[in-house]
Design a binder for this molecule. Structure first.
Ligand code: IMP
Length: 179
């Protein structure tokens, strides 16, 4: 069923049941990959708040979770390439294994920005876990990207945390823009 958000129409792309299944599988993979340590999960607000909440409930090994807030879309449907950095977290990640949790990798600029910023703090490792990936939009290789929920076309999406003009974050399913 089509929905309208502000001036744009959207149609279903990924149903809540499929998201739930995929999030469980990623959680299991993280449990296996990080059982040797106490990883630090860094959630990137706002868009990943539902993904972080659902994913973290699947984690059954000791872990820490902290947040940062970055924005690059400013209410439009294309990346502005300029990143606004709103929260600098205080957890000391020196010598720790870090997993960044993102809603979506589009150009990859936000991820590169955050990875470069965290590397300075000398963690043992940094991996990226993104619910969505737009492979055709990625501008430079992102070797830290180890966990991906779904690869999607280069199209604008909303729902499950992702917004258009700050709306649509509450939707259970993910929708794509109707062209
Ligand atoms: P990147 O820096 O171009 O990879 O963009 C990353 C950020 O832009 C994400 O964390 C989202 O907040 C936002 N973004 C990218 N694509 C979409 C989309 O299709 N819908 C909503 N937000 C998006």
């Amino acid at each position: 069923m089509k929905i309208q958000i502000a001036d744009l129409a959207f149609e279903p792309l990924i149903k809540a049941e499929a998201i739930e299944k995929r999030v469980k599988a990623i959680g299991q993979q993280l449990n296996a990959d990080y059982q040797h340590c106490v990883p630090v999960f860094v959630g990137v607000l706002n868009g990943s708040f539902l993904f972080i909440a659902d994913l973290i409930k699947q984690i059954n090994i000791p872990c820490e979770i902290t947040f940062t807030k970055l924005a690059s879309y400013y209410g439009g449907t294309t990346s502005s390439l300029k990143i606004r950095d709103d929260i600098d977290f205080s957890v000391d990640i020196k010598g720790r294994e870090v997993v960044i949790i993102e809603d979506i990798v589009d150009t990859g600029n936000t991820a590169h920005y955050l990875i470069d910023k965290l590397k300075v703090k000398q963690p043992t490792s940094i991996k990226l876990c993104s619910l969505l990936l737009k492979p055709a939009a990625v501008q430079k290789p992102l070797e830290e990207l180890k966990y991906t929920g779904f690869e999607i076309e280069n199209e604008f999406v909303v729902g499950y945390g992702l917004d258009y003009k700050e709306m649509g974050r509450n939707l259970k399913d993910i929708y794509k823009r109707v062209k």
